[in-house]
Design a protein around this ligand. Structure first.
Ligand code: 2HA
Ligand code: ZN
Length: 276
C-alpha cells in the first residue's frame, strides 16, 4: 500500500464527500462528515501519521465512551468540492484524549486547518449513537439537503409532522427509518447547545433535521449513512413537488394502515406515537 488514500476507510470517506457534493448538498463550505475508525483502520493509517501529533485542543463537550478513539473528519471552512482533488488540505485524522474532551490532529488538515466547526455536534452524536447501537454506529454526516431545508419553512417543527410527511412521500421510508426523524428548532450552528439538542434527538432517531439549516444522519458505514440522507432528501423532494403541483391539495397518500402493513411485511417496528 503506497498512500493513505488507498486504505478503504480513507477511500470511502473521500468518495462519500464527493457523492454529497455531486448531489448539490454542499455549497461552499456547507456540511461536514466524521467517521469513527476501527482499530484495524488506525493500524493501517498509522504509518502515514505525522512524526509529531499537533497540540491538544479542548472541545467544550465530553464523552467517556469516545476516549482514545480516532476520527476522520472534514476540515473547518473546507469545501466538499475540494475533498477528492485536494484531500490533504480538506480532511484529517484526529485522536481523542483519555478524558474524552480534547482532540489532536495526527494526519492531514495541512497548513493549519482544523476539524469541522461542527465537531462538537458530531462528537456528541457519535457518543449517543455508539451507545444506542452497541458500538455499531461509526458515521455522522451533516448536509444542506435542499428539500429537507425547504420543508422546515412550512411544516410544524415537530418530530411527528416530519416523520409522517416523509413516511407518506416514499414507500421505502418507513422501512429505512421506522423510528422516524427528530427535528431541532433553528439554533446557532457550531456550538455546544446545538450539539446537545441534536444528540438528545439521536438517542431515539438515526437522523435529525436542523430547521432552516440541514440534516444530520448517522449509520454504521458510509453506504448506510449516505443512503439514509439520500432517502430522506428524496422523500422531501417528492413532498415539495406534491405541495407545489397541487397548491397544497393532496388527493391521496399512504394511509396509516398502509404504513402498518409495510412495517408488518418488512418486519420493522414503526414508531406508534406518529400513527393515528
Ligand atoms: O461546515 O455546514 O453547519 C459548515 C456547516 C455548518
Ligand atoms: Zn451546516
Amino acid at each position: 500500500m503506497s498512500t493513505i488514500y488507498e486504505i478503504p476507510c480513507v477511500k470511502g470517506f473521500i468518495r462519500m464527500c464527493n457523492d454529497g457534493w455531486l448531489q448539490g448538498w454542499h455549497e461552499r463550505n456547507g456540511g461536514n462528515l466524521t467517521y469513527r475508525m476501527t482499530g484495524e483502520d488506525v493500524a493501517a493509517c498509522r504509518p502515514y501519521f505525522d512524526a509529531e501529533p499537533r497540540e491538544w485542543v479542548n472541545m467544550g463537550v465530553q464523552a467517556d465512551n469516545l476516549a482514545g478513539e480516532y476520527f476522520i473528519t472534514t476540515g473547518s471552512g473546507k469545501f466538499f468540492r475540494n475533498v477528492e482533488p485536494d484531500p490533504i488540505h480538506s480532511i484529517g485524522i484526529v485522536e481523542i484524549n483519555d478524558k474524552g474532551d480534547s482532540w489532536r490532529i495526527v494526519w492531514g488538515l495541512a497548513d493549519g486547518a482544523r476539524p469541522t466547526s461542527e465537531f462538537p455536534s458530531h462528537f456528541m452524536n457519535h457518543s449517543v449513537r455508539k451507545a444506542a447501537t452497541n458500538g455499531a454506529n461509526r458515521v455522522i454526516y451533516h448536509c444542506h439537503a435542499t428539500n429537507v431545508i425547504a420543508l422546515t419553512y412550512i411544516l410544524p417543527l415537530t418530530d411527528r409532522d416530519f416523520s409522517r410527511a416523509l413516511w407518506q412521500s416514499a414507500t421505502e421510508c418507513p422501512v429505512v427509518f421506522p423510528e422516524g426523524v427528530g427535528v431541532c428548532p433553528w439554533m446557532v450552528p457550531g456550538g455546544a447547545d446545538i450539539a446537545m439538542a441534536t444528540s438528545e434527538k439521536m438517542k431515539t432517531y438515526q437522523a435529525a433535521i436542523w430547521a432552516q439549516h440541514g440534516l444530520f444522519a448517522s449509520g454504521p458505514d458510509f453506504d448506510i449513512t449516505f443512503g439514509l440522507a439520500h432517502t430522506i432528501e428524496k422523500s422531501a423532494e417528492i413532498y415539495v413537488k406534491v405541495l407545489s403541483m397541487g397548491g397544497g391539495l393532496i388527493r391521496q397518500t399512504i394511509t396509516d394502515d398502509d404504513l402498518r402493513a409495510i412495517a408488518h411485511d418488512f418486519g420493522v417496528t414503526l414508531n406508534e406515537n406518529f400513527l393515528d
